[in-house]
Design a protein around this ligand. Structure first.
Ligand SMILES: Cc1cc2nc3c(=O)[nH]c(=O)nc-3n(C[C@H](O)[C@H](O)[C@H](O)COP(=O)(O)OP(=O)(O)OC[C@H]3O[C@@H](n4cnc5c(N)ncnc54)[C@H](O)[C@@H]3O)c2cc1C
Length: 146
């Protein structure tokens, strides 16, 4: 990857998206792709212990909180916007003692619909006709967007 030109990366993406040749040609003509390395991006996935990262609102704190991917949120999955938004919401709600706390973390692996959908996907059988994505790819019912 590190040796690819932007054009080569775009070709790879277009190949995976399976656009027809006319659309792919138009995208190539109208796109500029500048390769960019993110050498530390996988740091968010490093194995960690419970106390490696600070709690969003540390014990006893009344005016200091940590937000973003490196603050600890039990059960949530790092590398998502939702994670960062949850830390900010937790910080504000905690420090200001607000009644409206963030909704519980959505646990798709406990949802029978998601599990059934995952099973179908593993067996390469589309779960629905008409292009609607399987349950596991739809927005979780309790996402922060609500
Ligand atoms: C390639 C890629 C694809 C992704 N795809 C998805 C996706 O599909 N869905 C999803 O939910 N998430 C995705 N993410 C993750 C998502 O982008 C991040 O989790 C989210 O942007 C984190 O938001 P944040 O505000 O916590 O941090 P950031 O967006 O990283 O913001 C931190 C800001 O602080 C600034 N900053 C850093 N240090 C200093 C300093 N010393 N002084 C001042 N400013 C500073 C930075 O410049 C930056 O603007 C993706 C990330 C990447 C890299």
């Amino acid at each position: 990857m590190t040796m690819c030109s932007g054009r080569e990366i775009l070709d790879e993406v277009l190949h995976h998206l399976r656009f027809d040749e006319a659309v792919a040609a138009r995208v190539r003509e109208t796109s500029t792709v500048v390769p960019c390395l993110m050498p530390y991006v996988t740091s968010q996935f490093l194995v960690r212990r419970r106390d490696d990262r600070p709690k969003v609102v540390p014990e006893g704190s009344v005016n200091l909180a940590f937000i973003g991917q490196f603050a600890e949120v039990p059960d949530d999955v790092a590398f998502t916007f939702e994670y960062s938004v949850r830390t900010a919401w937790t910080a504000v709600a905690g420090l200001l003692d607000l009644a409206k706390q963030p909704p519980p973390v959505y646990k798709g692996h406990h949802d029978p619909h998601v599990l059934a959908s995952a099973l179908e996907t593993m067996h390469h059988r589309p779960s629905t006709a008409g292009g609607r994505p399987p349950a596991g790819r739809r927005a979780a019912p309790d996402t922060l967007a609500r």
